[in-house]
Design a protein around this ligand. Sequence first.
Ligand code: ADP
Ligand code: MG
Length: 215
Amino acid sequence: MMWRTSERGRDVAGLAHDLNNVFETIAEAAELLSDEACAAPLAAAISRSVERGRRLVDGFADEHYAPVDLAIVVERAADFVRDLTVLMGRPNVSVLREFEPGLKLKGPDSEWERVFMNLFLNAAQAMPGGGNITVRVSDHGEKAEIRVADEGPGIPPEILDRLFQANFSTRSNQFGLGLHIVDTIVRGQGGEVRAGNRSDRSGAEFRISLPSGAG
Ligand SMILES: Nc1ncnc2c1ncn2[C@@H]1O[C@H](COP(=O)(O)OP(=O)(O)O)[C@@H](O)[C@H]1O
Ligand SMILES: [Mg+2]
């Protein structure tokens, strides 16, 4: 972990990092709790509080985070999903990195890891027989765009406008928070995420646009 050099900046960023780890643990516990039907409303309330806590911490610590390279974040998220897909008995999911290194992301690296973990996990769940998740980047001067595409069935057009709502899920016993968290984090960094389908073949494609030089 790299911090800016000022003492206070390092303290703030370090504290924010530790708090985000605490939030992570609580969020995971809430996700487990949500499997019990009678505890689901409680789990949802805990998750909302955790999200609020994350927003508060990040708002406070924002200017103290050192920018992180997209390649590093994608690498870590890919490792996480690889471990999970092996556990799920679906080891045939690969993450292909089709972009030049260099794009820097502003904000806490743990949050960006969460963004890509959530997108990769959904993609893996959409490809029970395995397949590729491809990450591409285009930089248009004023805006950078990161695209995450999979080879699953894609997203039915009639649900596209609800995907990012909290608790929207088409899967039984899932929490429906993954994309909501993605949207919250990306917006928090001044960006925007949109969902759609690939034009070259079947599969979903998520596009994250960020103000360029965000790092
Ligand atoms: N890569 C994808 N391919 C197809 N459908 C997807 C994909 N990612 C998300 N979805 C749809 O969006 C819904 C919401 O996703 P998410 O917020 O992560 O919640 P959850 O994964 O808990 O259902 C999913 O239930 C699924 O219907
Ligand atoms: Mg999900």
